[in-house]
Design a binder for this molecule. Structure first.
Ligand code: ASP
Length: 345
């Protein structure tokens, strides 16, 4: 019996053609598979056109739609490939990791830096590798396969604009490699007890506030008024600068912690945050209950809180419990059972 793979197309460079206005998605899923005739002899590959967009235009609604498609077709296939633009692929991979949990089958996102059909392109290789991983029963859950690397869906980040090695795994090892179309697993994933769990809501009222040195505080009032959660992307291990501190504390004092979820994270790509280290961070900790990203990627933090707040208006204790519960390798925070770091002299 041939393994059954469902390839879901969403657009992106991999499906783009040059137009007089620049590259735009135009290639259908079936056309993408034209170069994979040998794989089609080994696997039954069906296709589904979910959308045809530049991933710049992906929204939380597309994430829900993709999760819905996975749920709908889950029992009929052994694995899934999602062709996606690279620009927001890491967000989609993280979102799907929360919307489709406890998967016993692979869900593989891939795309390319250069369009399918061009003389020099990474499209064919990435697509072939993705199908190999999607057909491998050891590869459970959501992952990105790109340039031969297998990256956990909650740990991926796009780090290069043009090169083929566009993605990396942040604060976590690669799950494996695809070499000469052979899947090599570095990390064994545990067998999943029970069936898959799909979720159907996200709360998009989450704002990312990136701090800049000497930032002025006027933006804080509308941001905290309009959004249910504010993720503060701070400097280094984390803190609130004097230039906004007074206004920041004044506004937050108006709310109960579950009314405005505050998450502290860092602009530094590797090694994460620890707000407890410096006075500029600890003064926040002494005043408010908030969440901290620690070693999570921004993509995972943003989509995880959208998923948690999509469950209605949970009490802060429940938000905290869910946020620090590890989902698909997303966190090694002390609160999630990881090791805490002691700062000694
Ligand atoms: N702008 C494209 C997209 O994200 C880039 C790519 O796919 O590489 O859809």
């Amino acid at each position: 019996m041939k393994k059954k793979i469902l390839m879901m197309a969403t657009g992106g460079t991999i499906a783009s053609r040059p137009t007089e206005h620049g590259l735009a998605p135009a290639v259908h899923a079936e056309e993408l598979l034209e170069g994979l005739t040998d794989l089609r002899e080994t696997y039954q590959i069906d296709t589904l056109e979910v959308c045809s967009i530049d991933s710049t235009n992906m929204t939380w609604k597309h994430w829900l739609k993709l999760a819905e498609c996975l749920e709908h077709h889950y029992q009929n296939y052994d694995g899934f490939v999602i062709c996606h633009g690279t620009d927001t692929m890491a967000y989609t991979a993280a979102a799907l990791s929360y919307l489709a949990q406890n998967l016993g089958k692979p869900v593989v996102l891939t795309g390319s830096q250069r369009p399918f059909g061009q003389q020099i392109t990474d499209a064919g290789r990435n697509l072939r590798d993705a199908v190999r991983v999607a057909a491998d029963p050891r590869c459970r859950g959501v992952q990105i396969v790109f340039n031969g690397q297998i990256i956990a869906g909650t740990r991926a980040k796009k780090v290069k604009s043009f090169s083929f090695d566009a993605f990396t795994s942040i604060n976590f090892p690669l799950l494996g490699l695809v070499q000469n179309e052979r899947v090599i697993r570095y990390l064994e994933e545990p067998e999943r007890e029970g069936g898959p769990v799909f979720y159907h809501n996200l709360n998009p009222k989450v704002f990312l506030l990136k701090l800049t040195p000497g930032m002025q505080p006027q933006i804080l009032e509308p941001v905290f008024r309009e959004f249910d959660c504010v993720i503060v992307e701070s400097f280094g291990v984390g803190g609130i600068p004097d230039s906004i501190a007074q206004e920041f504390f004044r506004i937050l004092n108006r709310y109960r912690p579950e009314e405005k979820i505050l998450i502290m994270t860092t602009q530094v790509t590797y090694e994460g945050s620890d707000v407890n280290v410096y006075e500029v961070g600890r003064r926040v900790k002494e005043k408010f209950r908030f969440l901290e990203a620690y070693d999570m990627t921004l993509e995972a933090v943003l989509t995880k809180i959208m998923w948690i707040l999509g469950m209605g208006k949970p009490e802060f204790d429940e938000v905290e419990r869910l946020f620090y519960t590890k989902v698909q390798f997303d966190s090694y925070a002390p609160e999630a059972g990881g090791e805490s770091h002691e700062w000694t002299e």
